[in-house]
Design a protein around this ligand. Structure first.
Ligand code: ZN
Length: 459
């Protein structure tokens, strides 16, 4: 049977399988943690922490302010936003001292409040477009039958940002969102964003239903949809990426642009999204406030956007798409040094020395590395086991041939070629190979991102 994302997640120690029994307690992990509430393990902790750090730094470098907002808020907030009226059945409510609270189903209302407070304090010094980012964990009710592994969950973390832009900045802001998406997909995840792999989907209103099914002024719909077409045409001009429009598919509060990946087998999945919102600015009276602080003419446009969407879902899809092959910077076990012992004492002591040197070097540089000893006879079986489970992106071999020369054989995994490339280097040159594998991330955030951990339990 073909492995699914949860099999990979377990092999890579990313998440705990809910159906596994807890030793001694008689029930499964899922029984205690609850459905749709993924329990990430140590490997998952590494992956998520590094990923969030990269996203925080990348967004900060692109002019986004990075924030963190509370998990709980009084439902008075969701009265203002309208969620209590239109979204209540998807929200988890909690009663605290007679007051009703909700676990946040989205981060937007908090971002709007933060923006408003800045405007209040610093007036026109707050530059527009204002961009605010959070890796925010939200909870939404889904019926148990709809839940599936990491793909459909009740608790998830979004790479969530909101852009507040004047009319004249809307187009540029949207193009920038697409460029960031392309940047992150290609440089961090090795997913090419090209005319062959990706298409843009515009979800628009139905003209005759504006004012009823689609809220807001016809003028705002016309403006936004025109901008979406302009942006899609610009992206097509730059990258050859095609787009298609679906009328009547917009949310009630605004039209949107999604980036959809088409796989060879016809499977499609939506990755990034940028969505106009006419509802929240109106409910929070943002136009009025910005007229005071910035002398705003026309409307302020609020855009929700995510590059990856839900981290859980993204990780799940990625694991299936790449059969558990994670990018070097995100893999729980990044490098494995394999010593191939010969049974000849003098040779083996040289091999062990090189293996330990290589591993120590990597650990000192905060690369998550481990070692493994085998023999020529068991080599292929042992490697097969590692390659079918923990899949370290960088494999390093030390056998008799290497020991005689004082060198090691490196076999980094190349996502572009979907295979390992091989060469022989000195211990000191291993970090050059590491550096090559970190190139994409360095291009994104200006420096390598490393989180040390002892992954030796995995081998
Ligand atoms: Zn939002």
């Amino acid at each position: 049977m073909e492995k699914d994302h949860m099999d990979y997640a377990v092999e890579l120690d990313i998440a705990v399988k809910p159906t596994t029994p807890v030793p001694g307690l008689g029930k499964e992990y899922g029984y205690y943690v609850g459905a749709g509430n993924p329990l990430f393990s140590v490997g998952g902790g590494v992956l998520r922490t590094v990923l969030k750090h990269i996203l925080h730094k990348y967004h900060a470098k692109r002019g986004y302010y990075v924030v963190e907002t509370p998990l709980l808020a009084r439902t008075t907030l969701y009265e203002v936003t309208g969620h209590l009226q239109f979204y209540k059945e998807n929200m988890f409510l909690v009663n605290i001292e007679g007051d009703e609270y909700a676990i946040k189903p989205m981060n937007c209302p908090f971002h709007v409040l933060i923006f408003m407070n800045l405007l209040q304090k610093y007036q026109a010094k707050v530059a527009l477009p204002f961009k605010i980012f959070e890796t925010g964990t939200v909870h939404r009710y889904e019926i148990a039958g709809a839940l599936r592994g990491l793909l459909r969950v009740r608790a998830f973390t979004q790479d969530d940002a909101h852009i507040f832009a004047r009319e004249e900045d809307v187009e540029q802001s949207l193009i920038e969102v697409f460029d960031m998406m392309k940047d992150v997909y290609e440089k961090l995840f090795h997913i090419p964003v090209t005319s062959e792999t990706v298409r843009l989907r515009l979800s628009l209103s139905a003209k005759d239903k504006i004012g009823s099914e689609f809220m807001g002024e016809p003028e705002m719909w016309r403006f936004s949809e025109e901008k979406l077409f302009k942006v899609a045409e610009e992206i097509k001009r730059r990258y050859g990426i095609e787009f298609f429009a679906e009328e009547g598919e917009a949310a009630f509060y605004g039209p949107k642009l999604d980036v959809v990946v088409f796989e060879e087998d016809g499977k499609e999945w939506q990755i990034g999204t940028a969505q106009f919102d006419f509802n929240l600015p109106m409910r929070f009276k943002l136009n009025e406030l910005l007229r005071e602080t910035h002398g705003l003419e026309g409307n302020i446009y609020m855009i929700h956007r995510a590059l990856l969407g839900s981290l859980e879902r993204f990780i799940g899809i990625y694991l299936e798409m790449y059969k558990g092959r994670l990018p070097f910077v995100l893999a729980p076990l990044q490098a494995l040094v394999v010593g191939i012992l010969t049974g000849k004492e003098d040779v083996d002591s040289k091999i062990k020395k090189l293996v330990e040197e290589a591993k120590d070097k990597l650990l000192r540089e905060e690369i998550r590395a481990s070692s493994l000893y085998t023999t020529k006879t068991h080599l292929s079986k042992d490697v097969r086991k590692v390659e079918s489970t923990v899949k370290p992106p960088l494999m390093i071999y030390v056998g008799q041939r290497e020991a005689e020369k004082g060198l090691v054989t490196v076999r980094p995994y190349s996502h572009a070629e979907r295979r390992r490339l091989q060469r022989t280097v000195s211990i000191n040159e291993i970090m050059e190979v590491v550096s090559e594998m970190e190139e994409g991330v360095k291009a994104l955030v200006g420096a390598p991102v490393r989180l040390p951990a002892d992954p030796s339990y995995m081998t």
